[in-house]
Design a protein around this ligand. Structure first.
Ligand code: KIV
Length: 298
């Protein structure tokens, strides 16, 4: 029997305190979210990775607020148990505190999200402050920040020098002080993630950050083997759905071409008497049509 009581921020803190690791995955549509929710995933992230995984962009930058709201609505419509976090896309919080707050409210009010996620510290801290003032829970994100990576910093792991590790730790502390309820640590050495997780009271959720975090997150397409091309080293694919789906689609094309689909069991029947009546009406109609058609001039 699946647990259909809705998870809250406090449940996630309790899990971390009792050393129950938090399982988080991205999802962007109703059918994926339903599967994740019923499988016992604790947190569903409607990630701006949708820009790449769903919309086919090269980076997370182009996805719009309206697109992210649509993905979030599809997810929250079917989720019963998991805590749903919506990623604020590039451009939806950078312009200032008021705009960040207005857009965060849309995720909660119009799309039913339980929380929002913003990337980075620095200027993001004031945006986070104004969103928290409105009572909206915020998840932070440090280490590799895909939005900044796409704009020039590149996708390499972060925190591999003492100075950079120190910087990330300070950012994590600042985000905790600001009031974030949890933090994503992306693509940093496991040892650095372990120190950050020790230093913070709030749960840390790692992606490419080793086993010491309070939870783990993977992108839906990476987890299920649906990613075309290169997959980061920190991904463990739990299925090879790309191959399974391609095989199913090729079999379907073959069956349509050969006429073996649809078979009798995929087809609707009707009572013989009704079919006979229908066919005799057609025959009668075509006799009348013939009668009405004027003879051509010779
Ligand atoms: O958008 C996303 O999928 C994310 C994860 C990488 C944490 O932010």
């Amino acid at each position: 029997m699946p647990d259909i009581s809705k998870l809250r921020v406090n449940d996630l803190s309790d899990m971390a305190r009792s050393r129950t690791r938090i399982a988080m995955v991205t999802a962007y549509d109703a059918s994926s979210a339903r599967l994740a929710d019923r499988a016992g995933v604790d947190v569903i992230l409607v990630g701006d990775s949708a820009a790449m995984t769903v919309l086919g962009h090269e980076s997370t930058i182009p996805v719009t607020l309206d697109e992210m709201l649509m993905f979030t609505r599809a997810v929250t419509r079917v989720v019963q148990h998991a805590f749903v976090v919506a990623d604020m896309p590039f451009g939806s919080y950078q312009p200032g505190e008021d705009e960040a707050l207005r857009n965060a409210i849309r995720f909660v009010k119009e799309a039913g999200a339980d929380a929002v996620k913003l990337e980075g510290a620095g200027r993001t801290l004031t945006r986070i402050g104004s969103i928290l003032d409105a009572g909206i829970p915020v998840m932070g994100h440090v280490g590799l920040l895909p939005q900044s990576a796409a704009l020039g910093e590149g996708y390499k792991a972060r925190g591999r020098t003492a100075a950079d590790a120190r910087r990330i730790l300070e950012e994590a502390r600042a985000l905790e002080r600001a009031g974030c309820f949890a933090l994503v640590l992306e693509a940093i050495p496991a040892a650095v993630a372990a120190h950050i997780s020790d230093a913070l009271k709030i749960p840390t959720i790692g992606i490419g950050a080793g086993p010491s975090c309070d939870g783990q997150v993977l992108v839906w397409h990476d987890l299920l083997g649906l990613t075309p091309g290169h997959v980061p080293r920190f991904v463990k694919p739990y299925a090879d759905l790309k191959t399974t789906i391609a095989g199913a689609l090729e079999a379907y094309v073959g069956d349509v071409r050969s006429g073996s689909f649809p078979a009798a069991e995929h087809t609707y029947a009707m009572p013989d008497a009704e079919l006979a009546r229908f066919e005799s009406q057609l025959a009668e109609n075509s006799r009348r049509e013939e009668f009405r058609t004027p003879l051509r001039e010779p």
